[in-house]
Design a binder for this molecule. Structure first.
Ligand SMILES: Cc1cc2nc3c(=O)[nH]c(=O)nc-3n(C[C@H](O)[C@H](O)[C@H](O)COP(=O)(O)O)c2cc1C
Length: 218
């Protein structure tokens, strides 16, 4: 099978898991998924995120308090859950950490290039940072790239998943004590293995036809 077809197969076969069997993902595989999250691209390499890993039964019980009933099992019976949080403000410290890391990783051969890139990043980020709401909205767009990476990568690794928007995020922020860190949770993902009777697994996929959603501008 070509790589291309493998990607298409994953896109066709991955699905939103509604019922998990409680089996744990081996830690080495979970670490690989976390590494994939770390490698997520973001606008101007801003990486405006914190990933909150919830793995123990005790922690899952606590965060389940922020979930409506229909979503509780997707956390309690999953192996691990990752919540994605964004800062209310991109701080000077964060901009500096990004630049220092890019330099340490060998991205720039010349200091002037680093300075230019840093200035460009600050300018472009600044266009989206008029208010906390605007900042969070732009950062959330970046976080959803990480969510997409995780959904696709997990399926490629034989791990089932559920994207989680059905969450009381204000309550979750309290439980995870995020506000005191200047963070807001915006979305989550459960990871684990399906129960054999998860009826969603065999439900046919439903998407609008390509002709209905594709415009070719010539
Ligand atoms: C951003 C996002 C948030 C979602 N939130 C939830 C959720 O809270 N609970 C749930 O059961 N499914 C959730 N879903 C699953 C969607 O309903 C599902 O992806 C969609 O119906 C397509 O089905 P499929 O994923 O099985 O292909 C979410 C999906 C996405 C992409």
């Amino acid at each position: 099978m070509t790589q291309e077809n493998l990607m298409l197969k994953i896109a066709r076969e991955r699905y939103t898991t509604k019922h998990y069997n409680g089996k744990k993902i081996p830690r080495a595989q979970l670490n690989e998924l976390l590494e994939i999250l770390r490698l997520t691209p973001s606008s101007v390499n801003s990486q405006p995120w914190q990933f909150i890993l919830v793995s123990t039964d005790e922690a899952k019980q606590k965060v389940a308090e922020a979930l409506p009933d229909f979503n509780k099992e997707r956390v309690l019976m999953a192996s691990d859950v990752i919540f994605f949080a964004v800062p209310e403000k991109i701080t000077e410290e964060h901009f500096k950490a990004l630049l220092d890391k890019e330099i340490a990783d060998g991205r720039y051969l010349k200091a002037e290039i680093a300075e230019g890139l840093d200035a460009g990043r600050r300018y472009f980020s600044g266009l989206h940072m008029g208010s906390v709401e605007e900042t969070v909205s732009w950062e959330t767009a970046q976080v959803y790239i990480a969510l997409g990476f995780a959904l696709f990568a997990a399926a490629g690794m034989g791990i089932d998943s559920t994207a989680l928007e059905g969450v009381d995020f204000e309550k979750l922020d309290e439980i995870l004590q995020l506000r005191r860190r200047g963070l807001r949770s915006v979305v989550g993902i459960s990871l684990g293995y399906r129960r054999p009777d998860d009826s969603n697994a065999t439900r046919p996929k439903s998407r609008l036809e390509l002709a209905d959603i594709l415009t070719e501008f010539k």
